[in-house]
Design a protein around this ligand. Sequence first.
Ligand code: NAP
Ligand code: 12T
Length: 336
Amino acid sequence: MRQYTVAVVGATGAVGQTMLNMLEERNFPVGTLVPLASSRSAGRQIGFKDQALTIQEARPEAFDGVDLALFSAGTDISRRLAPEAVKRGAVVVDNSNAFRMEAEVPLVVPEVNPEAVRNHQGLIANPNCSTIQMLVALKPLHDHAQIKRVVVSTYQAVSGTGLEAIAELHDQSQRLLAGEKVEPKVYPYQIAFNVLPHIDTFDDTGYTLEEWKMVRETQKVMGPGIAVTATTVRVPVSYGHSEAVNIETKHKLSPETAREILKSAPGVLVFDDPSHLKYPLPTLAAGRDEVFVGRIREDFSIANGLNLWIVADNVRKGAALNGVQIAELLIQDGLL
Ligand code: NAP
Ligand code: 12T
């Protein structure tokens, strides 16, 4: 089997480290791994399989000879370097918000719209973490009953923001329990023992960019006919985003039918038995690949409504795993 030269941009970060784990765990055909990060990390060693590799600074020349570049170092780095990587012949799978809504860039969740990779022009985008897990669960229901409208509220883990935010939550928790004062750094307010209705930046509509990502990305991946409204919220959880999702469908969809459909849906694990206190939790989903779905119940306030509770590991399925699955799809389709 052919082996590929794979660059991971942001290899020292929360997503990048997990990308290395995913490539290793899934036996991705890596011939040479090129770990890239900022100049701060250049020269440091990083482990991959049984090797210790030297991190290089992410610069245009670092992509010479690279077949596949997995980017997760933020929107600015992607804007600057992804075109350089493509120019040098690499196929880029980008985890940032830089290119998701560009018409010529496929936005792909392998369980949902794998066919979209076929039209790629060197760059494929990974949707936002909150969108990915919601769509893995909603696509099979949409295929069956046609979703007209989605109302979603998220409960997002701090790992979505990166390693510094995880450290901030843990540090603040310890200090507050010890009776000390805390100074927020990563978030505008204390995140420990708190809930912030604010993810990414606000715009003049009063919504946040994270909320708009859920609206626009859902419509790009599943079709423009779906109305979506979102409230995205940060909670003091390390790993695992949770979502309370309400859907209105064109055709009647009972909770029993929804459960049956989701039981055979790729990437979904139905975990729904309230009588035995079985419902999805971030502590259950963390470290797992599946999207957990539970609390499936009728919305009695409208004719065709359903409520669901959807939880997944935001760093795995929400970012690193989805990116590696896109790369696997490229190989499978002879596009890499
Ligand atoms: P993180 O833990 O803060 O890691 C940031 C990474 O970016 C580190 O490897 C860092 O390298 C690198 N970096 C920073 N500045 C750089 C520069 N000037 N040149 C090259 N590399 C640089 O953050 P994370 O959680 O891994 O997230 C990284 C990015 O992934 C996010 O900004 C976002 O775009 C994307 N992301 C997407 C999703 C999604 O929804 N699909 C979810 C999470 C994250 P150093 O260690 O050298 O500083
Ligand atoms: N601000 O990839 O803070 O657009 O949780 C993902 C996660 C942006 C993104 C977060 C963010 C993205 C977060």
